[in-house]
Design a protein around this ligand. Sequence first.
Ligand code: ADP
Length: 525
Amino acid sequence: MNTSRSLKILFLSAEVVPFAKTGGLADVAGSLPKAIRALGHDIRIAMPRYGRVSPDRFDLRPKLDPFPVPLDDMEEPASILEGHIGEDVPVYFVENARLFDREGIYMYPDDAERFIFYCRAALEMCRQMGWRPDVIHCNDWHTAIIPNWMQTVYRDDPFFKDTATLYTIHNLAYQGIFGYRVLEIAGLEEYGFIAHPDLAPDLNDVVDLMARGILFADIINTVSERYAREILTPEFGERLDPILRDRRDRLFGVLNGIDYEVFNPATDPHIASRFDSDHLEARRPNKAALQREAGLPEREDIPLIGAISRLSDQKGFDLIAEIIDAWMQHVPSQFILLGTGEQRYHELFEGIQERYPDRVAVFLTFNAPLAQRIYAGTDMFLMPSRFEPCGLGQMIAMHYGSVPIVRATGGLADTVRDYDPRTGEGNGFSFKSYDALALYAALVRAVETFKYRDVWRRLMLRGMRADFSWQRSARKYVDLYYRAIATRRGAHRPEEYPTWRRDGTAERMGGHQVVEDEGESNRGV
Ligand code: ADP
């Protein structure tokens, strides 16, 4: 296959920086396509136009007049607005007032209908524009119906028959699980439930969109090599590990990068004092400014520790809750938290702030400029995740000179090496077992090391000078695009797709897989 030709790639994500963001998916969608464009490929993004995406603010222009999109047994109109990210990556916004003109992004009772409509509209948009993608890059459950369609209703569609799919898992914990009704909405009732022999029986009686993405995509990847291996195990597999093991020959891990245009301490408009690794002294005013903003005593000598996160189970807050009293009583430091999420964590951290008003500052909101001031002003960045597919926070923190304290899991294990005082090696502090005492020990080691200013300075510089750019990973994604195309078109070895269960009868679907033996190094995980 000619791997030098320019590809056409449709990139689908429910959230994209700067238009809509709840977490790392938006960061990836707002930066990876720019890096792929820089490699010479025609990549275009499509996302819903939520109420919060103002056409005026983002200078969105009409692209397509309303056209009919199949949904359920009817049709529903979609129109398309066009904006862009970077210099030249088009972003197409799917407009439908009934489904998307709302304040939030997710958590509506009709989410399945909303995201299935968005996916179908994005496909029909390509047809309307006469722009035939070589690959559709789907991200997380919101777009996972597309690989399913490509192997069924679009399998012989003259426009899409050669279009391959890459399915990227950003977080296996959010699967998009719905009832049978979703199949009607998606026009897949002819097929019915999937009865995969390796899935837990209750998963065979629901529509798990994440599982369908995994079962039908030409190639699958996740956002770090470590997480790609971890999800093959019951501990991290979120009950989908049997089908991931089944398809491990097409599963890859590619570490995320960060967007150096957005996260750059030398140009950041939101911080008090700009700096880089050659002007580290210019970083100092950021700590004092942050302490003032947070209402904490201005102390240069004690470490200021930050955390910026969705407040969910995944992120290790139960460990912080367990050690907070010992931490506050025995470890001289200040703690600043920016996060929003589950109510119980809001209450927990409000309580902690009340108990330790001089030591802890809590911001229970989503605030991107404040996040940048925290990355720039803290000495350490805490991320004790239970699991972490990649994690961007630790990379942004390192790039801004805040030294990470993390649990060694997923992408955190791939990016943070524990500091070893004997050899001087490492770029942060990490602990292995998911255990409050292990976190406490790592915290104490970090705070002790902070006293040795020259050692600390080296740790900061190591993080700041590391390469977290997208360049290398973007090349790996292009390799996966070619691999997905080969899988779709190669059509050599028939492979069995899952058994469909329809009216008590089961039938086998034929599929295809490339047979070329490409050697060990080219295999999946
Ligand atoms: P996840 O995708 O699981 O939420 P990541 O570490 O991959 O975690 O990405 C989180 C991204 O969201 C980072 O850019 C982080 O700075 C940002 N973020 C998380 N919570 C907030 C918040 N409350 N305010 C501002 N930015 C936030």
